[in-house]
Write a protein that binds this ligand. Structure first.
Ligand code: CMX
Length: 436
């Protein structure tokens, strides 16, 4: 058995005990009440999912197995000469609930590297799509095109035992994550770089190799990719991409089916697509005002115009967070270190000074502060990655780490089919409305 897999079993046996204790002795304990407003309002604030790899505090932001982004940047191993955490280490932490040593982080790299080759038919499938196909659509189709390699689907068909499902899920997850950078880089180079592809460099770490295959060799871009892949990796279980992975996986759909479904959710503008929308919105702002660095007053007028048109200000607001997203702060920190004078970075900074007040003045926005998507585009443009329609694919590659680590755990714990109950408005009105 792969050493990584053995380590996972050691950890998973312990959490299985907790799982069984909770199920056996505490199943009847109430977690809270909810109301019709929550049922009608996207289930905000309703606790209804078990999710181990990360937890989100509305004020503090995300913690991966208890560690904040700041702590990850200090404690997760780095490549030699590196300054940012290896995403492999973050994956290890999420899967095993333990900080990895350097050797353990590289063990993950090695496992993914050994599985990274993509069958030719996947590239042929992508090549058959019109070049105008959105990169996220290509990404989802590329993942689906790999589904016939699923060892989980095959094992299920061959009558595998329920207690062994996780073994096959583990294989699929590790293979899929190993392949994603190559798939994403292929989409990027096919769509924007004249179909000129770059072979992987087996000496590099997962994120460094991703940067290399995308065609960005600057050391700082590789650093950015390591940070980017770490901070977007997980955001507890209720967001659209994590929840979709869980939901679809609960039907015993394999990792390819579950992950492709989650990416279709990430591709929505209220979720991951917001990262491309932010930069599109800023570029439109520059164009409309006619200067590369607008004043605060000009920015404020543009925000009002956006709101008056009935649009949202992309990159601001959140369904759970109530303070500035620490993922925004980590990116701002990176920007201040490497590109403080960049015009787009400065606009991001000016927006931070203006948008929260304007959103607060609407009286309806619950969180006026920036989320992760408010900053990422400015960093990417700085390095020359101007093709913003591609940005959500980067988010997707990173998001695989958390949602797929969780999917292995789901099958280890044999979580059941998700099947919440729905209710009609007629029923609610008949039962609860006061009749005159
Ligand atoms: N600009 C303008 N209006 C906003 C807003 C924003 N950035 N954020 C919230 N609002 C509005 C909502 O549209 C809603 O208006 P209506 O009552 O007219 O429908 C009202 O404020 C209340 O919304 P909320 O409770 O504060 O926020 P939600 O939990 O409903 O939605 C989110 C959260 C992220 C969808 C929303 O803040 C938004 O649309 N933000 C912009 C898009 C964005 O950046 N998405 C990325 C989120 C992070 C990620 O998943 O990647």
């Amino acid at each position: 058995m792969e050493r990584l897999k053995e380590k996972f079993v050691q950890h998973a046996e312990k959490i299985k005990e907790d799982f069984l204790t909770l199920k056996k002795d505490y199943s009847e304990v109430n977690l809270g009440d909810y109301n019709i407003g929550q049922v009608m309002g996207g289930m905000r604030g309703m606790t209804g999912l078990l999710y181990e790899t990360s937890a989100l505090d509305p004020d503090e932001g995300i913690r991966f197995r208890g560690y904040s982004i700041t702590e990850l940047r200090q404690l997760i191993p780095k490549v030699p000469g590196g300054t940012e955490p290896m995403p492999e280490g973050t994956f290890y932490l999420m899967l095993m609930d333990a900080l990895p040593t350097e050797e353990e982080a590289w063990m993950v790299t090695e496992s993914w590297r050994s599985r990274a080759e993509i069958p030719q038919h996947v590239f042929d499938t992508l090549d058959s799509l019109p070049i105008s196909t959105h990169p996220m659509t290509q990404f989802s189709i590329g993942v689906m095109a790999m589904q016939n390699d699923s060892v989980f689907a095959k094992a299920y068909r061959d009558g595998a035992k329920k207690s062994d499902y996780w073994v096959y899920m583990y294989e699929d997850v590790m293979t899929l994550i190993g392949r994603l950078p190559r798939l994403a880089a292929y989409i990027y180079r096919r769509t924007y770089k004249n179909n000129e592809h770059i072979a992987p460099d087996p000496k590099l770490d997962w994120a460094g190799n991703f940067a290399h295959m995308l065609g960005y060799e600057q050391d700082e871009f590789k650093k950015l990719m390591r940070l980017y892949m770490t901070i977007h990796a997980d955001h507890e279980g209720g967001n659209v991409s994590a929840h979709t992975t869980r939901l679809v996986g609960s039907a015993l759909s394999d990792a390819y089916l579950s992950f492709a479904a989650s990416m279709n959710g990430l591709a929505g503008p209220l979720h991951g697509l917001a990262n491309q929308e932010v930069i599109r919105w800023i570029l439109d702002l520059q164009k409309e005002i006619g200067v590369s660095l607008p004043s605060k007053e000009q920015i404020e007028a543009y925000i009002h115009k956006t709101l008056d048109e009935g649009r949202v200000v992309p990159g601001y607001g959140h369904a759970v967070l109530r303070k500035t997203d620490p993922r925004f702060t980590a990116q701002h920190d990176f920007a201040m270190k490497y590109m403080p004078n960049d015009d787009l970075v400065q606009i991001v900074g000016l927006l931070y000074e203006v948008v929260p007040r304007v959103l607060n003045e609407t009286g309806k926005v619950k969180n006026p502060w920036p989320n992760v998507d408010a900053h990422s585009g400015a960093l990417l443009v700085h390095f020359g990655m101007v093709e913003y329609d591609f940005y959500t694919v980067l988010f997707g590659v990173s998001r695989s780490l958390g949602v797929l680590a969780s999917l292995i755990l789901d099958r280890y714990l044999s979580l059941p089919l998700e099947r919440p109950k729905s209710v009609t408005m007629k029923h609610l009105l008949e039962k609860y409305a006061v009749k005159n």
